[in-house]
Design a protein around this ligand. Structure first.
Ligand code: PGA
Length: 246
């Protein structure tokens, strides 16, 4: 049985000074017994979120990291720096980073490799655009993103992959349970072709307008092992979302 993961991606939201009040309002309410719950705030809020969640089962993740250890990379933060402050996960290759910050499958590959070497758990994001889906190319895109990034690497069950169709992110337009299941099953099949049976242990998440209402039925799908949540992770709705009905 793969343990479910609910990860909240706060994106560029919440001041460091706002984290305490919000987290204190959700930490005692969410049930983490049977799932991994991860909060991914901005870099500047990470120390505060790590501090506040200490002693709870809630883990923290960064939203990006550089693939070098240190050096002349103005504005960047390395996996070692994240590890040093107690961060455990890192989102890599989110579609917003691919779109606005020229992230490519090649940089995603380097970053996943570095996360592994550093002992951070990578949450690697993939997903097709609306145009690609309408042209019937969704699975070709997913296959290429997975293969280009992961084929050169030595992957094990720690890896988390998040399938996030770009057309569903922040739009309120969730993929249907069947669309999400079909794509997550395809992701697992592709991982199986590359790495064999370990694919059965790798958690594959769905992301894109997940909320307290649609989470339960998505989580019933056999190949969906959790959710990467944007907007709904910023509100107390996150409590109901994490505590979804099984
Ligand atoms: P959303 O974002 O839940 O606001 O659609 C998901 C994500 O980008 O990870």
């Amino acid at each position: 049985m793969r343990k479910k993961v609910i990860a909240g991606n706060w994106k560029m939201n919440k001041l460091a000074s706002e984290c305490g009040e919000f987290l204190n309002s959700i930490l005692t309410e969410i049930n983490t017994d049977d799932k991994d719950v991860i909060i991914c705030p901005t870099y500047v809020s990470l120390p505060s979120v790590i501090n506040i969640t200490k002693g709870t089962n809630v883990k923290t993740g960064a939203q990006n990291a550089h693939y070098e250890t240190s050096g002349a990379y103005t504005g960047e933060v390395s996996c070692e720096m994240l590890k040093d402050i107690g961060c455990e996960y890192v989102i890599i290759g989110h579609s917003e980073r691919r779109k606005y910050f020229a992230e490519t499958d090649e940089t995603v590959s380097l970053k996943v490799k570095k996360a592994y070497e550093t002992g951070l758990v990578p949450i690697m994001c993939i997903g097709e655009s609306l145009e690609e889906r309408e042209e019937g190319k969704a699975f070709d895109v997913l296959s290429a993103q997975i293969t280009n990034a992961l084929r050169p690497l030595d992957i094990d069950e720690k890896l988390i992959v998040a399938y996030e169709p770009i057309w569903a992110i922040g739009t309120g337009k969730t993929a249907t349970d069947e669309q999400a299941q079909e794509a997550c099953a395809f992701v697992r099949k592709t991982l199986n072709t590359l790495f064999g049976d370990v694919s059965e242990k790798i958690r594959v998440l769905y992301g894109g307008s997940v909320n307290a209402k649609n989470i339960s039925s998505l989580m019933q799908m056999p190949d969906i092992d959790g959710a990467l949540v944007g907007g709904a992770s910023l509100k107390t709705e996150f409590i109901q979302l994490v505590n979804y009905d099984k």
